[in-house]
Write a protein that binds this ligand. Structure first.
Ligand SMILES: C[S@@+](CC[C@H](N)C(=O)[O-])C[C@H]1O[C@@H](n2cnc3c(N)ncnc32)[C@H](O)[C@@H]1O
Length: 380
């Protein structure tokens, strides 16, 4: 999680990723392997991983996450009441939970749906898919997919309009806490960091082929790390000296050697880990591709509720809602009657909602969460 964000990701970086994601989206339907074979691969990978403890001290984030989780497989849902209330669930409506995780929001939505209601959930993580098997409910459908394929996947089920969409962005506590996933500097493990364990490039694979300049851009733009250049140089020097970075432990050590100043209580590698995670999972591109799909999918009065955990994400959500809800693009004294102006397709609902002190105390991970809500108007 980052505080005091100063710079936005470069447009070039985002648009090149958008192009590759669009391509991936087209292939999505045909490329899906059977879930069974993915699960067995996952089990094999988990058993291959070593999880010895690292010598690096815990950061405040790691501490926060440790406080947050009761067990390896638990996730405390953030802004549960607020987000589901914001959707104003219609008993017979069709809803989408784009980020199932451990199903906290999903279960709450199902509680509010009547017998004719429907909920389709997405997650790209196979452990999340596995955990969804505990929900035995005819109204519920789980889809293993990244949410940027939402519109295509729903169309494949004959669904072109929905009454609400929820996105609770970022990673879940089980993802961080499972050493083998390679998301955390608290454990020494293979440097994976993919939310979808069945496809895509791992962080180690990226570090093996990237250029120093590209790596520095990624660390700077997605981690807002002021020592990005020094860190990139240190990583590439290691690689050139025959010590390619393949584990979280190696990465943490190399970054610690390159960062001379960092926030008190924070592991020096915090921002680099965040940057690589965002890059490997194309998190900002996913979000940018999905916002227009939400607009297209929502029926009039349908609502979207998005929970962000850092300002890079929140900026995309805020900007999208603002662009669709406001007439900022028109000059102040535009000589046209108000009724003749193109009408907005979205209406922002209330102000951004943040967790209260009680929730933050109970669940420190929630402290950077921001919920934004928008409603689809009747304008086609
Ligand atoms: C913060 S957790 C969601 C927790 C959930 N709301 C709950 O209450 O249990 C985020 C989840 O979204 C998934 N996720 C993140 N980005 C995704 C994407 N682009 N497509 C699909 N799933 C994604 C992650 O794998 C993770 O399981």
């Amino acid at each position: 999680m980052i505080k005091g964000v100063k710079s936005a990701p470069t447009k070039a970086l985002v648009s090149s990723k958008l192009a590759s994601l669009k391509e991936a989206q087209k292939l999505e339907m045909s490329n899906l392997e059977s879930l069974g074979s993915k699960k067995s691969k996952l089990e094999k990978r988990s058993s291959e991983v070593s999880t010895s403890n690292m010598s690096v001290s815990d950061s405040s984030l790691a501490n926060a996450i440790a406080e947050n989780t009761g067990s390896e497989n638990s996730h405390i849902t953030v802004l549960l009441e607020e987000a589901v209330h914001a959707l104003a669930v219609k008993p017979s409506g069709i809803y989408v939970d784009g980020t199932f995780g451990r199903g906290g929001h999903t279960k709450k939505i199902l509680e509010q749906l009547g017998s004719n209601g429907r909920l389709i959930a997405f997650d790209r993580d196979l452990s999340a898919i596995e955990s969804s098997e505990a929900i035995n409910d005819q109204r519920f459908t789980m889809v293993h997919s990244h949410f940027a394929a939402m519109q295509a996947r729903l169309a494949g089920m004959g669904i072109t309009k929905v009454d609400g969409i929820l996105l609770d962005l970022g990673i879940s506590s089980p993802q961080i806490d499972e050493a083998s996933r390679g998301f955390s500097f608290r454990y020494d493990a293979p440097l994976d960091m993919r939310m979808d364990q069945s496809s895509g490039q791992t962080a180690a694979e990226f570090l093996a082929i990237t250029t120093e300049q590209h790596l520095a851009e990624v660390i700077k733009n997605y981690g807002e790390e002021r020592f990005a250049k020094q860190i990139a140089r240190a990583i590439i020097t290691e690689r050139n000296d025959g010590r390619a970075i393949t584990t979280t432990g190696q990465l943490t050590k190399v970054v610690a050697g390159a960062v001379t100043r960092f926030e008190p209580g924070q592991n020096p590698a915090t921002r680099t880990f965040q940057a690589l995670r965002i890059f490997v999972n194309q998190e900002l591109e996913e979000l940018s591709l999905t916002m227009p799909q939400c607009l297209a999918l929502l029926a009039p009065q349908g609502r979207m509720a998005v929970i962000s955990f850092h300002s890079l994400e929140d900026r995309i959500v805020k900007q999208f809602i603002r662009d669709q809800a406001n007439r900022d693009d028109l000059p102040a004294n535009f000589p046209v009657r108000a009724a003749d102006l193109p009408q907005p397709k979205l209406m922002s609902v209330g102000k951004a909602i943040k967790p209260g002190a009680k929730e933050i105390k109970r669940n420190p991970r929630s402290r950077s969460a921001v919920l934004r809500v928008a409603e689809r108007t009747h304008v086609a």
